[in-house]
Design a protein around this ligand. Structure first.
Ligand code: ZN
Length: 112
């Protein structure tokens, strides 16, 4: 078990880095169509609660995939460095797409 049991949920997402230094965002989602889980390659049916995993490359660009919650917990949580929680609105599609448009070296911390 890990301390992130039950996450992500509607209010909180998870983020961290891959071994290669890409950002990884793990976000709760309800499937609108049929997906294939990238952890076990079994199906995720319409309406299933699952997780979207969004990668943002160190040199820019984004890529996402759909995972069963259980598969994400068993496989991804252990591979992710510095895993931490963020508010779900930090992981909105718009914000992550924007992050992918510039290299990480040019990213600034948001001002509060
Ligand atoms: Zn799976």
């Amino acid at each position: 078990m890990n301390s992130f049991s039950g996450l992500p949920n509607r209010r909180q997402s998870l983020t961290g880095h891959t071994e290669d230094g890409d950002e990884i965002w793990i976000i709760r989602s309800i499937s609108q169509k049929f997906y294939r889980c990238q952890g076990c390659y079994d199906s995720i049916e319409v309406g299933d609660e699952h997780v979207v995993v969004q990668y943002i490359g160190r040199i820019g660009g984004t890529e996402h995939s759909h995972w069963h919650r259980r598969c994400a917990e068993e496989i991804l949580f252990n591979q992710t460095r510095g895993l931490r929680t963020v508010q779900a609105n930090e992981s909105s599609r718009d914000k992550l797409q924007a992050r992918g448009r510039r290299p990480s070296g040019k990213r600034r911390r948001p001002r509060n």
